[in-house]
Design a protein. Structure first.
Length: 359
């Protein structure tokens, strides 16, 4: 499901606001402080139960109000989502007037945010890239979440045994660790392979529109499993027993995985400019969004705040043609209207909102 309309009450700077969202691309523009980021944030809160800006949901309640309310509608299914957060109370989430958990929410109304961390995906630590990879698989596959929880439950128990110096007890958890871990690894690898195909196709289309986009062609994007794939996870665990005992923690396995982006053997973070890294992260996120929509019959919303920051004119011109190829709802913000009065193919698929005229 995906939002076609969202109503806000006492959220951030808004007393009340109602927005009809296009099924294609939506641009919110206006000066800093006008509330454009807050609109994107409200969509993310409504679909995940959390914010991409703060861990304190109470801070999203408008000053002097007792609670914020978000109501969202899916015109295809007729579903109604209600999210309420009152001061000193837990968040309350209902779909069609029935309470749901956050895990049920994120599967019903999936969304992904391209924020300041995602902009520089390759500069972040491996655990951030793992989380981004796992989030898509969590939403798409209930089997993946079972294996993920099974793996990390076994890992926690194995690490507890290692802290006690009991290698025999630690090894007792290896069969479960291997069973869940190798399935996690296969699902992760398959996702990256499939997303890479979409990424390559998207980049080839962009190159036809702007040869500057050629910098994003022929990249090596692959999963570093966190263990020796040739010998397998069980042998990798056995081979690391001495190190694990010494460090009192499991040093090999899918919990050490990473997603690497390289060009001619060099890490992208070492050779791309900040603007090039940002656009690469955007194109990769769009590709994953398209993959989830096609492969799992999902309609994930993709959110992108402050598009043109860090992008020079060249990189911005490389980006704009991608709007023609987006297959799900895309909501993005910028200080200025990037299109103005120009009649372009990209503009025809965009619904624009001047935020200062909304409130």
């Amino acid at each position: 499901m995906a939002f076609s309309k969202i109503d806000l009450r006492n959220f951030r700077c808004f007393d009340s606001l109602s927005i009809d969202i296009s099924s294609n691309s939506n641009l919110f523009y206006g000066k800093n402080g006008s509330g454009k980021t807050s609109i994107l944030e409200s969509i993310f809160v409504a679909s995940t139960g959390r914010s991409f800006r703060t861990s304190n949901l109470e801070s999203l309640i408008k000053k002097d109000a007792e609670a914020f309310n978000i109501k969202a509608y899916d015109d295809k299914t007729g579903s109604i989502l209600e999210v309420k957060k009152a001061r000193n109370k837990p968040i309350n989430i209902k779909i069609n007037n029935s309470k749901v958990t956050i895990s049920e929410l994120v599967r019903a109304f999936p969304s992904f945010s391209i924020d300041s961390k995602t902009f520089f995906y390759n500069d972040n630590a491996p655990d951030y890239r793992r989380k981004q990879l796992d989030r898509g698989l969590f939403i798409a596959s209930s089997d993946y979440s079972k294996d993920w929880f099974g793996y990390f439950r076994s890992l926690k128990q194995r690490n507890s045994a290692l802290k006690l110096g009991d290698i025999a007890q630690a090894k007792a958890y290896d069969p479960l660790l291997v069973d869940h871990g190798e399935r996690l690894n296969i699902l992760r690898e398959n996702l990256i392979i499939d997303v890479k195909k979409i990424y390559d196709d998207l980049v080839s289309k962009l190159v036809q529109e702007n040869t500057r986009a050629n910098i994003f062609s022929n990249l090596d994007i692959y999963l570093k499993s966190g263990f020796d794939n040739k010998s397998g996870l069980l042998d990798s665990l056995n081979n690391s027993n001495n190190i694990d005992l010494k460090r009192k923690i499991t040093t090999t396995g899918p919990h050490k995985a990473d997603v690497l982006f390289e060009s001619k053997g060099l890490l992208i973070k070492d050779i791309f400019s900040r603007g090039e890294q940002k656009l690469l992260s955007i194109i990769w996120s769009l590709s994953q969004n398209i993959y989830l929509g096609r492969s799992f019959n999902l309609s994930p919303i993709l959110l992108l705040d402050d598009l043109s920051s860090e992008l020079d004119v060249e990189m911005l011109e490389c980006f704009l043609p991608t709007l023609k190829y987006i297959e799900n709802r895309f909501v993005f913000s910028n200080i200025v209207d990037l299109f103005g009065s120009k009649i372009t193919e990209e503009k025809q698929s965009i619904k624009k909102f001047h935020v200062e005229q909304l409130n």
